[in-house]
Design a protein around this ligand. Sequence first.
Ligand code: SAH
Length: 257
Amino acid sequence: MTAGRVSLVGAGPGDPDLLTLKAVRAIRAATVLLVDDLVGEGVLRYARRGARIVHVGKRGGCASTPQAFIEKLMAAEALQGERVVRLKGGDPFVFGRGGEEAEHLRAQGIQVNVVNGITAGLAATAALGVPLTHREHAHGVMMVTGHARGDGASLHWPTIAAAAAQGLTLVIYMGVSTVRSLQAGLLEALPAGTPVAVVQHASLPQQRHAVGTLGGLADLVEEHGLGSPAVIVVGDVLRGMHHAALEAQPMKHARTA
Ligand code: SAH
């Protein structure tokens, strides 16, 4: 009897051309796919005909599928010998609960393998033509969530800003809905003139972005009607942004370096 196995597969930021070959192979082999909201529709074209595709996302009109239900369903299908692929936006182990799902499955003796995906923060900066690190501007990167934890606490933004001020690029996921408070916290330790960019739907045809400065970040998001899914990038690496990209997005708060 098989103990069952599940592949946690990164679907990348949306553009199916950004899937890895391993991901494509796993999707093709799957008999059951559990798919998150942020997985681009184009990615599912690699699923075999007859595969069962279960959308377990939190949007799409239905109430969110409880995490416990997703975990139970995955385990049950795997134990019945199905080839289960859990498709998650971006990389399965960057936010998005991939770690919790892997732990849950392993605790039941189910084998888990993980296939990397291109995470949204990397896709967003590539879309802008901006390096996340640059010898002259940044010596590292911090990927953080703007979303409060289960207990309601969020990151201490002034501390994050103090670290960023040492020369780290800040990449904030899930930050648009809390942008005013995170902006206020970051301004305690970073200058108002620090460049920022917000990229929505990175890698997809509907991709949009706006650039400006930290002092005007929340207004920038509001004026441009930028919403989830979007990544906020903060740091001097944006000064290297190609001038043409800045010109393409004229706006009140935009300041070229
Ligand atoms: N595992 C995913 C992140 C899941 S958390 C990854 O590695 O990318 C969900 C957040 O990811 C969104 O709120 C948004 O901040 C970001 N995100 C996902 N897809 C995105 C996209 N195409 N463009 C911009 N941000 C995206």
